[in-house]
Structures are given as C-alpha cells and as structure tokens.
Design a protein around this ligand. Sequence first.
Ligand code: HAS
Ligand code: CU
Length: 539
Amino acid sequence: MTASLRLVLSHFWVAVAAFGIGSLMAVMQALARAGVQLPFGTASLYYLSVTAHGVLLALVFTTFFIMAIGYLVADTTLGRIAGLGWAWAGFWVALVGTLVTTIAILSGTSTVLYTFYPPLLAHPAFYVGATLLVVGSWIWCGVMIGSHRAWRRGNPAARVPLPWHGMLATVIIWILATTGLAVEVVILILPWSFGLVERIDPIIARTYFWWFGHPLTYFWLVPAYVLWYTLIPRVAGGKLFSDALTRVVFIQFILFSTPVGLHHQFTDPGIASGWKLVHTFTTYAIMFPSLVTAFTVIASLEYAGRARGGTGLFGWIGRLPWRDPFFASVALAMITFALGGFGGAINAAYAMNAMVHNTAWVQGHFHLTVGTAVTLSFMGFSYWMLPRVTGRALVWPRVATLQPYLWFVGMQFFSIPSHIAGLMGMPRRVYTGEFQGVAAAAGWVPLVNLSAVGGLILFVSALCYVGVLVGSMLVMERGPRRAIEYAESLVAPTPGPSVWDRFGVWTAVAVVLIVLAYARPLYHLHTMARFPARGFSPF
Ligand code: HAS
Ligand code: CU
C-alpha cells in the first residue's frame, strides 16, 4: 500500500472508532429517555453521555472522515499529497486532542454538550483537546492547499479536477469557520477556564460559536456532495449532468456558508432584530446550492436509470442499483435530506423559528441532516472505498446492502416523532427519562418511545456497518485493488481555468460578506454594557 493510502486509512479508522463508541452512547440515551431502567439511569450520566455522543460523532467522526476523503481525493486527482510528514503530524495532533477531550468528558468534569456554551464550564483539558483537534485539522488544510499549489505549478493551464474543486471549497469553508471558533476559544474560553479571568459573556461567546457552528454543517455537507456529484453518477451507471453547475454550487458554499450564523440566535438578546432578519435572508441564499444539487444529482440519476433501460416518467427509478450499498446509502440520504432541508427552511424563518427553537424538533432536524444526509453517505462511501484502498472485498455483502435501509428506517422512527414532539413543546436536551408519569409530558411519552425504537434500529445498523468493515479487514484476503474512478460529465468541462477556479478571489468575497454580516452586531455587543457570568457546572 502506498504511503498516501496508509494516511487515508489511518484517518478513516479513527473516524470509524469514534463512530462506534458514539453509537453505543446513542442507543443508551434513546432507551434512557424512554424510561428504560439502565444501570446509568441518572441525569448526570445522561448528560455526560450526550456530551460524548455529540463530540465523538459531530466533531471527531466527521472531521477525521473528511480529512480521509480529502487526502484520497488529493492522491487520486492531483496525484500527490505534498508534505506527508506534515500530514502525519496533523493526524497525531488531532488524535491526541481527541483523546484528551474524550478523557475529560468521561472523567465527569466536562459535561458541557458539544456546543460547550458558557457559562457551562468544563475542565480546561476539554478545551485544550478540542483546540488540538482543530489545530490538527488546520495542518490538514495546509497540506491540502500545499498540494494544490504544487499541482498548479506543474499544471498551469489545467482545469481543477472536479472532486478536488469540492474538497478545496471544503478546506476554505473550514478555515473561514474556525476563525470564529479560534476567537471564542483562545480569547474568551481558555483564559476563563484556566481561572485567569473570572467571568465570561455567554452571548458574545455564542455569537463567535455560531460564526463557526453554521459553516461547520457545510464542512460536513460539502464532502458528502463531492461523493454525490463525482462518484454516484458513475456507481449508478451514468454521467454527471453538469460539471459547470457543480462548480458554481461549491463556490456558493464558500460565499454563503458563514454569514448566516445568527439564525441560531434569533432568541438571544442584545442582537438587533434587523440583523437577525439579514441572516434569515442569507440563510435562504445558502439553500439555493442545495436546491441546485437536488436538481443536478437527480438529473444524473435519471440519465443513469434511462441508460439502464428505464422508461416512462418514473420507470428509471426502479432501474437504479438499489442493491449496491453505496448507491442505496446516497439515494436514501438524499430522500432524507429533502425532509431535513424542508425543516431547515422552517428553522431559518425568523418568526417560525420561535415555534421550534430549543425543542426536540431541532434534534430531529440535525439527525436527518448531519446524522443521515452526511453520515449515511459516508457509510456507503466506506463500502466503496475500503476494497479499493485495501484490496479486500467486503466480508458480508448482504449485510452491507441491508445496512443503509436499516439506517433510513431507524432514522425516520427517531426523527419524525422528535419533530412532532418539538411542535408539542417538548424541549431538546432534557432528560425525559424523569418525565414518565408526569401529566404535562403525557403527550410526549409515546413519541419518545417511538424514537427509542428508532434508536434501537439505528444501533443494529451501526453494528452492521462497523462489523462489515472490521470483518472485512480480519477475514478477507488481500486481492488486486480496483481503480478509483470518478464520474464523467455529460458535457465535457471547458478546458483551462475558468472564473470558478479562482479560489483566492472567491475567498476574498466570502471574507467581505462575513465582515458585512458580523461587524455591526459584534461591534454593538462588544460596546454595550454587558453583565458577564461566572462559570458553573451543574454536575
Ligand atoms: Fe440546520 C440547526 C437551518 C441544513 C445541521 N442544523 C441545526 C443544528 C445542526 C444542523 C447540527 O435556520 C443544531 C445546532 C444546535 O445544536 O443548536 N439547516 C438550516 C438550513 C439548512 C440546514 C436552512 N443543518 C443543515 C445541514 C446540517 C445541519 C446540511 C448538517 C450537515 N439549522 C437551521 C437553523 C437551525 C439549524 C435555522 C437553528 C435552529 C434553532 O432554532 O436552534 C439548509 O442548508 C437546507 C438545504 C437543503 C435543502 C434540501 C435539498 C435536497 C436534496 C435532495 C433531494 C432529493 C430528493 C429525492 C428529493 C433545500 C439535495 C431523491 C430521489 C431519488 C430517486 C434518489
Ligand atoms: Cu445553522
């Protein structure tokens, strides 16, 4: 195996391990919330578990998986990863950070959930570890940009390969996003957690957090889109409908991912409502590339279905390779995302947000989006990638075929009742295990129980996923490696760099948009009389 592929696999296995542990926490939480008596059935252990679940899945699994995709795409499209030594350094820094944060959580001193909102106070090790994870990912960004530069020097007149175009957009989104996080953690949280300053301003901290938190979701989504656009049309037996539209989509994500974060703070005081409304509008702008994606990817699938003999208005759908685990994963992820995106539009509407904010609706929303649109795409990709990188076939192909369907069904059971319970007023992040038998919560109980059934199905699916991957490594012999090939475009891209390849210019425009969206509200927050809080931990 080449050195580059070893790097890809190392990131991949850390992601799978984080996924496995995070899933175990998830099923226990779903059962505990339904009032099933578990040995750890206390509120403090419940919140500890939710913290570990959120950090390991939303932050660790995604980041390591995306770094793996990035290196694989660099290796297979540019033919290089420039600076392997740096890449390994980044890997170890991120891994050590992950371990430090995980230990801090498991020690019971850092039950602050994955958003770590002050004044909830964690052990300093929690923040130091999280910082190292981000620093490791920055090194990844540096290696990715270095690889791009090296490739560009050797190929001044070439078009940026499409999968790489998407991954480079991911890198830029991540750098813009984590700037806000760096301000929050380095300037506000670390000095406070080490006791150097006594108080912290929760709203200012949250504002920097959501500068980071929203583009974080597109840092997850864009690599999934890279798989949808540049691999799935080929897996389905067709071609990508439009290379040009795809590039426009990736650039739009660079532009509009960040200046939207106030849509998480519609109910926060101290931010003028006019600015909140501005962020509603920019949020609707960032829905546009996803609508284009729905169009382009479905058009590509229709082309594939017809190439496979499908006729009539819908006859092509049945002809698609629904037994292929990668295809099925992405198709089910897309169907789920149609629902999740619809919910997102409701969240983003300034006035309607009041109906759903801080209710179980929100956890329903993000399990459809990051928990399925992204995660299920990554799972399917694992089945496609592992045999190609290791030369080992999948050990139980039928289990791999069934697994995405289980995830899909489990997630509908989990998420749809969560949405309904949210509309009925059930708060999010509340240990409902203690609500059983409470009259005011009576309406929620059947919905929480349905969610628990979903949690069990999801857990079986997660076991199948990890089992097939680990089993393939243990049982299957190494064979010849199959080539990694990307989808062709129906219309060949125009040769030579175009305006969509001008990443520097687009990044500069994105910075201007961030300044326009945030300068005034942040200036206002920093200059008005504030009443910062002492840190506390309820557990
Ligand atoms: Fe969100 C809260 C708005 C997308 C993740 N979101 C969250 C939180 C997370 C999250 C984690 O405006 C909770 C944060 C917390 O802990 O407090 N979200 C949106 C909007 C979109 C959106 C407008 N979210 C995502 C994605 C995520 C994600 C993607 C992760 C990956 N979200 C919000 C808002 C909140 C929020 C508010 C705050 C709520 C509150 O009050 O706290 C949009 O990007 C969605 C665009 C998507 C579409 C769908 C396109 C459909 C496609 C597939 C079509 C396929 C079909 C069938 C039809 C417009 C591409 C295929 C057919 C075949 C045959 C295969
Ligand atoms: Cu958001």
